[in-house]
Design a binder for this molecule. Structure first.
Ligand code: FPP
Length: 255
C-alpha cells in the first residue's frame, strides 16, 4: 500500500516509500530497460547519453534490489536484434559493461554481488567479453545478489539452440523424444540454474516483451511504467514490488 504523507496545508504532498512485506520479496526480478534514446532526445542530447545515464540507473537498481533482499536481478542490456542499430550506438553500448565494471566492481565485490552473463558472449567484441569475464571470475564465489546481464540475448535464439542440442542428443541415441520434460528444457536454456523471474519490469510505456525470457516468464507478474529507464530509482523498484505483493499468483489454479 502506498502511504501518502500529508503536508502542512493538509494536501497530499509527496509519496512516501510503499510498505513492503519482507516475507514476500520476489526472488528473481528481470528488467527490460527501455527508453534510453527517448529520454536523451527529450533533453536534446544524443541517444548515447541515454545509455550512459541508463548505466547509472543499473547501479541504482542493483543497490536497491540488494537492499530489498532480491536474490536475482536480470537486466536486458543488449538483444540479438540490437546489432541492427547504427554502428556508433552499438560500439557505445559494447563499451558500457567495461565502464560499469571499472567504476563499480570493487563496490559490487564488497556487497557480495555475483555477476553473471546470459547471452551469446562469443559474438561480443573481445574487450566487452574480457571485462565481463573478469567481473564474473572475480565475483564467482560471492553469495549475495546475482546480477545477471542479458547481453546479446534473444529468447527465440536461446530456445532454438536448446532444441538443436536436444535434437542432437536424440540423433546420437542418448535421449528419447518422450524423455523431454519442461525441466530438461529449463536445463538447456541460458538461464539454467536460476529460478524463473517472479516479477518482470519494463520501462518507457511500451507494453511488449521483445523476445525476452519467453519461456521463463510463463507465470511472472508483469509491471509496466511510463518512466524512461535513466529515470529509474529505488522508489520505482519499491512501487513494482509493492504492486507484486498486492497480486495473487495462481499459476493457473484456484486460490
Ligand atoms: C533500450 O532503450 C535500451 C537498450 C537497447 C540498452 C540498454 C542498456 C543500458 C541501460 C545500459 C546497460 C549497462 C550495462 C552496465 C550493461 P532504447 O535505446 O531502445 O530507447 P528508445 O526506445 O527510447 O530508443
Amino acid at each position: 500500500m502506498i502511504k501518502r504523507v500529508r503536508s502542512w496545508w493538509g494536501g497530499q504532498a509527496k509519496q512516501a516509500e510503499p510498505d513492503i512485506a519482507p516475507d514476500n520479496i520476489p526472488e528473481h526480478v528481470a528488467i527490460i530497460m527501455d527508453g534510453n534514446g527517448r529520454w536523451a532526445k527529450r533533453l536534446g542530447m544524443p541517444r548515447i547519453m541515454g545509455h550512459q545515464n541508463g548505466m547509472k540507473a543499473v547501479k541504482r537498481a542493483t543497490i536497491a534490489a540488494d537492499d530489498l533482499g532480491i536474490k536475482y536481478l536480470t537486466m536486458y542490456a543488449f538483444s540479438t536484434e540490437n546489432w541492427t542499430r547504427p554502428k556508433e550506438e552499438v560500439d557505445f553500448l559494447m563499451r558500457l559493461p567495461q565502464e560499469f565494471l571499472s567504476i563499480e566492481l570493487d563496490e559490487l565485490i564488497e556487497k557480495n554481488v555475483q555477476i553473471r552473463m546470459m547471452g551469446h558472449g562469443e559474438l561480443l567484441p573481445s574487450h566487452t567479453r574480457q571485462a565481463l569475464e573478469e567481473g564474473i571470475e572475480r565475483t564467482k564465489h560471492n553469495t549475495g545478489l546475482v546480477l545477471n546481464f542479458a547481453l546479446n540475448y534473444g529468447s527465440r535464439l536461446e530456445m532454438t539452440e536448446a532444441m538443436k542440442r536436444l535434437g542432437a542428443r536424440i540423433e546420437a541415441g542418448e535421449l528419447k523424444a518422450e524423455e523431454i520434460t519442461p525441466e530438461l528444457i529449463d536445463q538447456n536454456l541460458l538461464s539454467a540454474g536460476m529460478p524463473d523471474p517472479d516479477l518482470l519490469i519494463r520501462t518507457s510505456g511500451e507494453l511488449r516483451i521483445s523476445n525476452f525470457m519467453l519461456w521463463q516468464i510463463a507465470y511472472s507478474e508483469l509491471w509496466f511504467t511510463d518512466i524512461f529507464w535513466p529515470e529509474f530509482t529505488k522508489d520505482h523498484l519499491l512501487q513494482a514490488v509493492a504492486e507484486y505483493q498486492r497480486r495473487t499468483r495462481r499459476y493457473g489454479g484456484l486460490k
